[in-house]
Design a protein around this ligand. Structure first.
Ligand code: ADE
Length: 228
């Protein structure tokens, strides 16, 4: 039995967990509790952006004493190797809007890159493989993710993020959750699915694809719960 915290920024990113796992309200607004596969699962709708995500992650640690943190949600895809609704499993995360980034290397937490837990990464990869062999049609990549407090809808900026950070997708919370998990010495994973390509069509694509992409991410994370 483990205590597992799952964070999604928006309602679309947590609603499937709450429904499928029959989650109930806790004393903290926006945090729900469920039991699944012998685990206590705390599901938090954090709100968008790094600060909201960090508040949510630290609350899960301090109030509910979670032993794992998993971030599930959508992202702007930075590679044409993937299509919308395909998945990126984070290997390492960093910020694209923290300048200069090496301030974090020279000051607490003495790192600017947050490495996901290898065991959770393997579990996420296995979950994707199982879903694919069960008939779900999608691709996944394990690689870097960059986060920042901006919705990227500019193809040139997307290309720059891909090149500068070797990132496969960009979003607005993952690195903050990874940062909190690292400081608290808690294993974490970030699973994102492509809602758009962070280019000039991103707003329309996001609008159209968000819910279905978020559902795919929550499927993968739900499957992971069976193996933690
Ligand atoms: N989340 C989903 N799409 C995104 C984008 N294009 N930029 C930042 N966060 C996102």
């Amino acid at each position: 039995m483990a205590k597992i915290g799952i964070i999604g920024a928006m309602n679309s990113e947590v609603v499937n967990f709450c429904k499928e796992l029959g989650a109930e309200k806790t004393k903290i607004e926006g945090i729900y509790k469920a039991e699944a596969f012998g685990h206590e699962v705390y599901i938090s709708e954090s709100g968008i952006g790094k600060v909201n995500a960090a508040i949510s992650a630290q609350r899960l640690v301090d109030i509910f004493e979670v032993e794992y943190l998993i971030n599930s949600g959508v992202a702007g895809c930075l590679t044409k190797e993937l299509s919308t609704c395909d998945a990126v499993i984070a290997k390492e995360l960093t910020y694209h809007d923290f300048n200069p980034l090496d301030i974090l290397d020279r000051n607490p937490p003495y790192t600017s890159r947050f490495k996901a837990d290898e065991k959770l990464v393997k579990i996420a990869e296995n979950a994707c493989e199982e879903l694919i062999s069960g008939g779900e049609k999608f691709k996944y990549i394990t690689g870097n993710i960059v986060s920042g407090d901006c919705f990227i809808n500019d193809g040139a900026k997307a290309k720059q993020l891909r090149e500068d950070f070797g990132a496969f997708c960009t979003e607005m919370e993952g690195a903050a959750i990874a940062h909190v998990a690292t400081v608290n010495k808690i294993p974490f994973a970030v699973i994102r699915t492509a809602s758009d390509f962070a280019d000039e069509n991103a707003d329309i694509s996001f609008e159209e694809v968000e819910k279905i992409a978020a559902k795919r991410a929550s499927f993968i994370v739900s499957k992971m719960l069976e193996s933690i």
